[in-house]
Ligand binder design. Structure first.
Ligand code: AMP
Length: 538
């Protein structure tokens, strides 16, 4: 017998309608390029997002059309997260930090029909405009307020749009948003998030062990809205009525701290490199920033070093660890401590918090090895395979990538991890980042995290470099704190307390900065290239 419930579609217009009716006065704060702040609210956002939908339909948007955005984190971009999908289109957030040629290739592959671009980012578009053919370019006045000839003014478009707009029919499995993977291995691949996946993922963001997002929160998404479905934040915040503080282009530590204090942020989200820089600023000037409340720092993208967690805790900034991917909308696992761990010794608690957490509801994970599934014993590692309602079932028009899915429908993540009996996942490495030394595997992640616990070390990144005898050996690139000193021997001795001798890096190089990817992660490929011909002492 079937249940007697309604078959109600899980689509974004329902979330948009709710925000306009239930949270009209909740504030949305956006910072502009000149650092001034604009305050609006969900009531206004609701009207404007609907006007955008109506304007796009007037321009001829058809169901499933891709609308690209090249925008910073601010309220007009938020409007696009709803205005495009609620008109039946798919918002494709372009990664504006990529090389212009790469942006063009991705936009062409995605078949983007329209472009929404910030006025201040128009010069980036000009660098690749000859390679793309957007039918319409809509420019949002955000910084310089110059609308180049031949393009449409976003504000005029909204002002002249139809008031009695009706949502088109949308199936919950229709695409709503699109992102490309960061393409660290080969060409980036497109993922299309369905309305259903986004709605279910938004519920997940409200869970205490994930963002714990609710109406009492003020959320600061530092991670760019073009990264991994904007971490789901625009959708979840709108559904749950959380106040948003959108930082615009300024994500240096001082600018972040200023917003956190002034706007009384309760949840801040970004990759570990952001928080390493913020911690540095706090420790240099410990009395300058006074937070009125504890802050949940939602951190993912790479593993936050344990020492970062410990030291941020002292300032009332508490890291909440997430693991996920562009392909997983992005939340896969999230962590924290379980009830039975409350009385554990401090060090054991930190070890547990440094793990990536346990799978979100409806996300299933298994660890695969050539000989079969790895046991959840906290020791045996295997590649994470994952499935669930917000996990990609394929890439957009990339049939050559079918091998990333198993025959029984699990996605092969390429991440290698262990799991313990409580279901906590611990990422050991990306399969491709493990150092292969003489047939043994060395985890670069563990070495990095331990190195970043050394008092003189600000940042550390470990990569495998070809070695004539051992196939590969680990090289550690280290950035020291201002004025601090450390020699390779000291660092090796420090690591030797936790690692076997054969696992220790044979080379240490001291750099001013570690190269970053477009979303702020350490760029291991650049380091591997830079030191590919390292002369090992044999
Ligand atoms: P992206 O699609 O750019 O978000 O990259 C996804 C990849 O980032 C994952 O496959 C992991 O290798 C890595 N990653 C994401 N979150 C974490 C985390 N909390 N700890 C370690 N690695 C992570």
């Amino acid at each position: 017998m079937r249940g007697t419930m309604m078959n109600f579609p899980l689509t974004l217009p329902t979330i948009l309608e709710r925000s306009g009716k239930i949270f009209p006065r909740v504030e949305i704060v956006s910072r502009k390029p000149d650092k001034s702040v604009v305050r609006t609210c969900y009531g206004e956002f609701y009207n404007r997002a609907r006007c955008l939908s109506s304007a796009l339909l007037r321009l001829g948007l058809k169901p499933g059309d891709r609308v690209a955005s090249m925008m910073w984190n601010h309220s007009s971009h938020l409007e696009a997260f709803f205005g495009v999908p609620c008109a039946g289109g798919i918002l494709h957030t372009l990664n504006l930090r990529l090389h212009p040629q790469e942006i063009a290739t991705i936009a062409k592959h995605a078949g983007d029909r329209f472009l929404l671009v910030d006025d201040v980012l128009y010069p980036v578009y000009e660098k690749f405009r000859q390679d793309v053919s957007f039918e319409r370019v809509i420019v949002a006045p955000y910084g310089c307020n110059t609308i180049p000839e031949g393009s449409l003014n976003y504000e005029d478009l909204l002002a002249n749009s139809d008031a009695d707009f009706r949502y088109p029919a949308i199936d919950e499995n229709d695409g709503a948003a699109m992102c490309f993977t960061s393409g660290t291995t080969g060409f980036s691949k497109g993922v299309i998030y369905s309305h259903r996946a986004i709605v279910l993922h938004s519920f997940c963001c409200g869970l205490v062990e994930v963002f714990g997002m609710n109406e009492a929160d003020t959320i600061l998404p530092v991670a760019p809205m073009f990264h991994a479905n904007a971490w789901g934040i625009p959708f979840a915040a709108t559904m749950l009525g959380a106040r948003l503080v959108l930082p615009g282009p300024h994500v240096d530590p001082e600018s972040i701290l200023e917003l956190m204090v002034r706007e009384r942020v309760t949840v801040a989200c970004g990759v570990p490199t952001v928080w390493i820089a913020v911690l540095d600023a706090l420790e240099k000037n410990p009395t300058k920033w006074k937070f009125g409340n504890p802050i949940r720092v939602v951190c993912g993208g790479t593993a936050p070093p344990l020492e970062l967690m410990r030291r941020l805790d002292r300032f009332g900034l508490h890291i909440k660890h997430l693991w996920g991917m562009t392909e997983t909308t992005p939340i896969g696992t999230s962590g924290g401590l379980r009830a039975h761990m409350r009385d554990w010794p401090e060090d054991k608690k930190y070890d547990t918090r440094a793990k990536q957490g346990w799978p979100a509801p409806f996300v299933e994970i298994r660890l695969m090895r050539p000989e079969g599934e790895a046991p959840w014993d906290g020791v045996t590692s295997g590649e994470i395979e994952i499935r669930g309602p917000w996990i990609a079932a394929s890439y957009y028009e990339s049939p050559d990538q079918a091998h990333r899915w198993t025959e029984d429908g699990w996605f092969r993540t390429g991440d290698v991890a262990t799991m313990d009996e409580d279901g906590y996942v611990k990422i050991v490495d990306r399969a491709k980042d493990l150092v292969k030394s003489g047939g043994e595997w060395i985890s670069s992640v563990d070495l990095e995290n331990t190195l970043m616990g050394h008092p003189a070390v600000k940042e550390a990144c470990v990569v495998g470099i070809p070695h004539p005898k051992w196939q590969e050996r680990p090289l550690a690139a280290v950035v020291l704190k201002d004025g601090a000193q450390a020699t390779p021997d000291e660092l090796r001795a420090f690591l030797a307390k936790s690692f076997a001798k054969w696992q220790l890096p044979d080379a240490f190089v001291f750099l001013d900065a570690i190269p970053r990817t477009s979303v702020g992660k350490f760029k291991k490929t650049a380091l591997r290239e830079q030191f590919a011909n390292w002369k090992w002492e044999l």
